[in-house]
Design a protein around this ligand. Sequence first.
Ligand code: NDP
Length: 296
Amino acid sequence: MTATIIDGKAFAARVREQVAEHVKRLKTDHGIKPGLAVVLVGEDPASQVYVRSKGKMTVEVGMNSVEHKLDADTSEADLLSLIDQLNNDPEIHGILVQLPLPKHLDEDLVINSVAPEKDVDGFHISNVGLLGTGQKSMVPCTPLGCLMMLRDHHGSLSGMDAVVIGRSNIVGKPMAQLLLGDSCTVTIAHSRTKDLADVVRRADIVVAAVGRPEMVPGDWIKPGATVIDVGINRIERDGKNKLVGDADFDSCAAVAGAITPVPGGVGPMTIACLLANTVTACCRANGLAEPEGLTA
Ligand code: NDP
C-alpha cells in the first residue's frame, strides 16, 4: 500500500482563504477588523522567525497585527501590565505570548493572565478545563490543525482507535481530548509506556508528538492507518541539514492509508489555526456567528 499524502500546506492555504473571507464580511457587514497581538520577550532566533511569519500572515488575511517586542530582562510586572492593557483593548481579539519565555518569568502565571476569551493559543487553564469538559473553548492551534485534517480525510472519526504519542500540554493532551470529543477510543502513550510498538499497532489513527527524529517505524503501523506526524526535528544527513518528523516517513508511507509529511503537513496548519482562532474570538466578542469549520 502507498499512503495518500495529506497536504498540510494546501489545506492551510484553504483555511487562510476561509479566514480572509470571514474577515472581509466582518468589515463590510459590521465594520469590525479582527486584531491579533503577539508578545515576544527576548531574542530567541526561532521565536523571532515564528513571530515574523505570524505577523505577515495575519496581515495577509486582512486582520490587524500588533507586535510587542520586549527585552529579555523585562520584569514579570511589566509583562503582566502589557497583557492587562491588551486584555482591555477592544481592538485586540487575540493575544499570543510567544513561548518559551526567559527563565525568570513564570510561564503558567503569564499564560493564565491572558483573558481566556482572547487566549488564541488555548493554553489558559479555563480553556483547558472547558475543552476537557466538552464545552466551547479556545483550542490549541496544533491539535486543532491535526483534527481538521483528520476530519477532512475521514469524515467521521467516531469509533476509531486513536493513539497519541506524547502527553504535553500543548499537543498530546489537547489532541487526545479532541479525538475523544469526536468519539475515538483514545490511548495516550509517553516515555514510560510499555510495548509502545504493540500499542501503536492497534491504532486506526496515530498522532506522533514526541520530538524524536523518525522514531516511529513502518512496522508499528497497522495497514491502512492514518499517521499524523507533529514532530519537527532538525538532523544532519548526507552532510545536509534536514527537517524530519517523529515518524519514519518512507516506511510508514508504505503501510499507512494516509500520512502527513514533514515539512508540509502539520506545521503550516498551526499558523492557519491561530488565524482561525483569532477570527473565532472576534466573532464571539461581538456576539456574531462563528465561521463554520474553523473550530472544534
Ligand atoms: P514535549 O517535549 O513537551 O513532549 C514530548 C512527549 O513525548 C512527552 O510526553 C514525552 O513523554 C514523550 N516521549 C518522549 N520520548 C518518548 C519515547 N521514547 N516514547 C514515547 N514517548 C516519548 O514536546 P511537544 O509536545 O511540545 O512537541 C512534540 C514535537 O512536536 C516536537 O518535535 C515539536 O517540535 C513538535 N511541535 C510541532 C508543532 C507544529 O506546529 N508542527 C507545534 C508544537 C510542537 P513524557 O511525558 O513521559 O516525558
